[in-house]
Design a protein around this ligand. Structure first.
Ligand code: FMN
Length: 333
């Protein structure tokens, strides 16, 4: 049976599962496969070298699916910021109607998308940022807990508490992000008041994910203890896979007073990209969440989302077996 929530209705999808923006991973093949499987596939704008390249990527995705797709625009702290407006305009002109925004100072971008009649899913890691985005008119909030891959913020609040706070504070529907890779996670998110989930790491490890097979195999072989936080001392924390390079970054930060220049070469995006291309997990730093401890296979997106639907129904149905005993406890087995 389909799981119908406010989010499936707003986005026009069958399954309340979004594939979040992923640098170097959120490309047409993956986004189209997720959308085709009934979720919402999202292209990562900044993975494309220019707004025109994003246009081409959108057209390529459309050839693979007629279902709704989204575009992620991530606002990064940067001395030479990318042409965010150009990417946004290109996607809107190409007819994209769903956007995932994330990062610093998203106000102008959210206002632009809303002025064009688009649906905005804003991803953030605190309830206070979620409330600010709500005031700007976003349609859905994506509440990203401390478990997540990439940037968890600096408050270190796990999904359980963050979502329980979100349901009390927010008026618009929200999805749970970070730490979810199976149907138990989706069922738990629904129980906590979320209208769906956002996943990154789980989708890296699918047949249609564009990363090298060695890296998918590495994820399957890893446990939840195989990630580490870098950039903690720079107040721009990022959860990445624990390897030689990320541990070197942590060692430099531990020495104290580390500046970005001290680690710039180690953390370069180009090295991270090579990890996915060459299949060597130790070339650079690459994002991964603690769900790597939950990922044991490499299914197609279709298989994965069907499994989510089937198992979520079983889990929620199984909850009916819970007996609420009377005061005397007579119903206890
Ligand atoms: N989130 C963004 O908003 N922009 C990005 O560019 C981005 N890149 C990511 C790259 C990778 C390889 C991964 C695994 C995640 C990335 N994320 C990015 C975060 C995901 O969109 C998502 O919020 C996160 O993965 C959720 O946590 P999970 O990995 O536990 O599912």
């Amino acid at each position: 049976m389909p799981i119908i929530t406010p989010v499936t209705k707003i986005l026009g999808v069958r399954v309340p599962i979004i594939q979040g923006g992923m640098q170097w991973v959120g490309v047409p093949k993956l986004a189209a496969a997720v959308s085709e499987a009934g979720g919402l596939g999202i292209l990562t704008a900044l993975t494309q070298p220019s707004p025109d390249a994003l246009r081409a990527a959108i057209r390529e995705t459309r050839k693979l699916t007629a279902k709704p797709i989204g575009v992620n625009i991530t606002l990064l702290p940067s001395i030479n910021p990318p042409d965010y407006e150009g990417y946004a305009r290109a996607a809107v002109e190409e007819g994209v109607r769903i956007f995932e925004t994330a990062g610093n100072n998203p106000g102008p971008l959210i206002k632009y998308f809303k002025s064009k009649g688009c649906i905005v899913v804003h991803k953030c890691t605190t309830v206070r940022h979620a409330k600010s985005a709500e005031k700007l008119g976003v349609d859905i909030l994506s509440i990203d807990g401390f478990e997540c891959a990439g940037h968890p913020g600096e408050d270190d609040i796990g999904g359980l508490v963050l979502l329980a706070r979100a349901i009390k504070e927010l008026k618009v529907p929200f999805i749970a992000s970070g730490g979810i890779a199976d149907a138990r996670g989706l069922a738990a998110a629904l129980a906590l008041g979320a209208s769906g989930i956002n996943m990154g790491t789980r989708f890296m490890c699918t047949v249609e994910s564009p990363i090298h097979q060695n890296i998918k195999d590495k994820i399957v072989a890893s446990t939840e203890r195989d990630t580490v936080h870098i950039f903690r001392t720079l107040h721009n924390t990022a959860r990445v896979f624990k390897n030689k390079v990320s541990m070197e970054v942590v060692a430099i930060e531990k020495r104290g007073n580390a500046k970005f220049e001290d680690i710039r070469d180690l953390v370069s995006g180009a090295r991270g990209r090579l990890v996915y291309e060459k299949g060597d997990p130790d070339i650079g730093v690459w994002s991964a969440g603690i769900t790597i401890g939950l990922i044991n296979d490499i299914p197609t997106c279709e298989e994965l989302l069907r499994r989510f639907e089937r198992e979520t129904e079983e889990i929620v149905g199984g909850l009916n077996k819970v007996v609420f005993a009377g005061e005397s406890g007579e119903s206890c087995p």
